[in-house]
Ligand binder design. Structure first.
Ligand SMILES: *Cc1c(COP(=O)(O)O)cnc(C)c1O
Length: 477
């Protein structure tokens, strides 16, 4: 045997050391400044210019992990991480990923590892029940779900399938021969524009529809814009409704948008990448009102469902449209199972050919926490965020900047943008916590998202007092 491989015994020893390393990290995470404090180029300056000529002991690698890499880490798992959106990891998820790596399976087709495909189908059907999504997303109907790397890719696949369906599956062959038009709210995720560019729709043919005072799409403006495009002989084909915008968790009126889509035969895609997970709890399922009108739907377990990157759950009601859009079968990938039509080959459901065994970590997570445990987890975050919101509302120096239906609170210090910018910078420079900002109605707004895995009430309370102190000082002078 090639003599440089780790033997199973050596792997066990190094593996235990790596697990110890992660366990120690989780235990000590609050000791690190949340936002990495390094300057650009600083990490590279500590790395040798050339790779090692000869292999090195594993201990040396772990040592450099501590000394060189850790200063350049922003701690997404820290209970004081309130920035952007969540990027949850958890014990069972990490272990599921470890097993997936250990198996080293390439799950491009059913035949390349039947369990990789079947567990994925099964767990995604579970999620339909867990979130009370429409039955039409289940694999037992004409629809089905697939795990993709990201929400961005999922939405791109929706856009591509919609493009093909709207053009009789001819665009794949001939290229675009008419002016196709897509729609999303002006607060939709930036991937909508990126996807419009990639799919050849063109940025100018993505209409960003005005939002109302709660930053949700105005359906009457959507309807009017579609009419205008039709009158001008353009071809409307695709609408994205966002459930939980990245800026402020605004929720587009999916049912009203869906009715407009039905009227004109447009594909409705629903992007709930961040907050879809909230539907685990019956009391939050209102966020999905109207979802029965959707052709496709995406939410990211890799955000708020304790399943580390990457794991995006993408559903369609008409899997044939998706498969017909993306399938290509070179001779060397032909298998009897595929030809039998009795199996899913997930390589036909997304852009890459290769795919990891990602359903393992999702399965580990669901089995470890149980539905009830996951519900409690979400409820706790929402409760803490709502408490934070009430503190903001009660303080004269601050104002709420958007409705805060779930785990994200957008707020600002009353006054100039500059004041808010300075407050945020000083908080983040302190390393005590990490928050980010957005712009709403042209004004700088601070965002505090309560959805890191270990955040407790004491962390949110402390965040509020850290935010309040300088604000009070400012108010005094
Ligand atoms: C995070 C997010 C995305 C992008 O998800 P990725 O998996 O990072 O590509 C898209 N839409 C919304 C609403 C999001 O919150």
């Amino acid at each position: 045997m090639f003599d440089l491989h780790m033997t199973p015994e050596e792997f066990r020893r190094a593996g235990y050391a790596a697990v110890d390393w992660v366990a120690r990290y989780m235990g000590e995470i609050e000791r690190y400044p949340v936002l990495s404090q390094v300057e650009p180029g600083e990490i590279r300056s500590h790395l040798p210019a050339s790779p090692p000529e000869k292999g090195e002991p594993f201990e040396a690698v772990l040592r450099d992990l501590d000394e060189i890499i850790m200063p350049g880490i922003t701690h997404w798992q820290s209970p004081n991480f309130f920035a952007y959106f969540s990027g949850n990891a958890s014990g069972p998820s990490m272990l599921g990923d470890l097993v997936s790596s250990g198996l080293g399976v390439q799950g491009m087709m059913w035949a390349t590892s039947p369990a990789c495909t079947e567990l994925e189908t099964h767990v995604l059907d579970w999620l339909v029940d867990m979130l009370a999504l429409p039955e039409r997303f289940k694999s037992t109907t004409q629809g089905g779900g697939v795990i993709q790397d990201t929400g961005s890719s999922s939405s791109l696949c929706a856009l591509l399938a919609a493009r093909e369906r709207a053009t009789g599956f001819e665009t794949n062959r001939r290229g675009i021969d008419r002016q196709l038009v897509a729609y999303a709210s002006s607060h939709a995720h930036s991937s909508m524009e990126k996807n419009a560019r990639i799919a050849g729709i063109g940025r100018d043919n993505l209409r960003l529809i005005d939002a109302d005072e709660s930053y949700a799409m105005r359906p009457e403006v959507l309807a009017r814009t579609i009419e205008e495009d039709l009158a001008a002989d353009r071809t409307p084909f695709f609408v994205t409704a966002t459930v939980g915008t990245t800026s402020s968790h605004a929720i587009d009126p999916v049912r009203a948008i869906g009715k407009i889509c039905r009227q004109h035969g447009l594909w409705l895609h629903v992007d709930a990448a961040h907050i879809g997970t909230a539907a685990l709890c019956p009391e939050f399922r209102w966020i999905h009102e109207g979802l029965e009108l959707a052709d496709s739907y995406v939410f990211n377990p890799h955000k708020w469902m304790l399943t580390n990157l990457d794991c995006s759950a993408f559903y369609v009601t008409d899997r044939e449209a998706l498969i017909r859009t993306l399938t290509i079968v070179p001779e060397y990938l032909r298998t009897a199972a595929s030809e039998s039509g009795r199996v899913f080959d997930y390589r036909d459901w997304h852009i890459p050919l290769g795919r990891r065994f990602r359903s393992l970590k999702l399965w580990f997570v669901i089995r470890h926490y149980g539905v009830e445990g996951l519900q409690r987890y979400i409820r706790e975050h929402v409760k803490l965020a709502q408490e934070f919101r009430s503190w903001v509302e009660e303080d004269d120096h601050f104002e709420l900047a958007a409705p805060a239906p779930l785990s994200l609170v957008c707020f600002r210090l009353k006054g100039e943008d500059d004041l808010n910018q300075r407050l945020m910078d000083s908080l983040n420079d302190s390393g005590e916590l990490y928050i980010t900002h957005t712009k709403l109605d042209g004004r700088l707004v601070l965002r505090l998202a309560v959805d890191a895995p270990f955040t407790q009430r004491r962390h949110v309370e402390r965040a509020w007092s850290l935010i309040q102190e300088p604000a009070e000082a400012v108010g005094r002078d």
